[in-house]
Design a protein around this ligand. Structure first.
Ligand code: NAP
Length: 255
């Protein structure tokens, strides 16, 4: 008889995941994806009402989630949440924002605001979660929702693109540093997905024409397009994948 290989597990039963920015859009999709494959998901965001509604909806479907009100740019508060609720087996860092402007018009305030959430908080939440994994011998998975804009440039997006390129470099360095502990660090890079964040772009005919000219598969993304990539990176199915990114961009960066 041929000794057949078997597909590694796509399940997270008994595992605990932390999803930042999980009350809306892509982050909510990530939280559901992890809960659907068996994880208990701790979801963080600033706004309590939307967060509580998201958690209630997940639990109502028989999955397991809890809410933590947190501004990830408050590093001390974030560290306390991770210490109180961890250790985690999986981190999906999705909290992110955009304040788009022409590079010559960018204010220092907008630059700092975007950099604090998209880059600085991403760095320190990775560190806090990784420390819990290392201290507890957990061979965990850290996933950042970066962007195709972490690989290309975009109109009026010098700050946002800079922050996401920073995440891409950060992830490669952390993957090198934490590989010896069995930690994996990767990004998922979506194209334009319909969420509250992108409403402004979708309402601008010039911008939507630009977007549609770039996506080879001829449609913008949906939250569901991201969920499989996150479940893959979170589970043993991807156990030799680290320091890289999965582009869910309909072919944008290929061309
Ligand atoms: P969204 O619907 O606006 O969701 C953003 C989430 O992050 C919300 O849960 C929000 O909740 C939370 N959040 C924002 N700032 C936070 C903070 N300082 N601390 C904690 N939570 C915070 O946006 P989205 O489109 O799903 O985007 C999510 C991520 O995907 C971002 O990192 C974004 O850059 C990335 N992305 C999006 C697209 C796209 O086309 N939509 C494409 C590529 C990459 P509160 O406001 O209540 O805190």
């Amino acid at each position: 008889m041929v000794d057949l290989p078997s597909t590694p597990s796509f399940r997270l039963d008994g595992k605990k995941a932390f999803v930042t920015g999980g009350s809306s859009g892509i982050g909510l999709g990530c939280a559901v994806a992890l809960a659907e494959v068996g994880a208990h998901v701790v979801i963080a965001a600033r706004g309590k009402e939307r967060l509580d509604e998201a958690v209630a909806a997940i639990n109502a479907k028989g999955m397991s989630a809890e809410a933590v009100v947190l501004d990830v740019s408050d590093i001390a508060a974030m560290r306390k949440v991770v210490a109180d609720h961890g250790p985690f087996d999986v981190l999906v860092n999705c909290a992110g924002i955009g304040r788009h402007s022409k590079a010559l018009d960018t204010t220092e305030e907008d630059f700092d605001f975007v950099a604090e959430v998209n880059w600085k908080a991403a760095h320190f939440v990775s560190g806090a979660v990784a420390k819990g994994m290392i201290d507890n011998g957990i061979r965990g998975s850290i996933i950042h929702i970066s962007s195709q804009m972490g690989h290309v440039g975009g109109i009026d997006r010098s700050v946002y693109c800079g922050s996401k390129h920073a995440v891409e470099g950060m992830v490669k360095s952390m993957a090198i540093e934490w590989g010896e502990y069995g930690l994996r660090v990767n990004t998922v890079c979506p194209t334009f997905i319909r969420t509250p964040l992108t409403e402004v772009t979708f309402n601008d005919p010039e911008k939507i024409a630009w977007v549609m000219s770039k996506i080879k598969l001829g449609r913008v993304g949906m939250v569901e397009d991201i969920m499989g990539a996150v479940a893959y990176l979170a589970t043993d199915a991807s156990s030799l994948v680290t320091g890289t990114s999965i582009l869910v961009d309909g072919g944008w960066t290929a061309g």
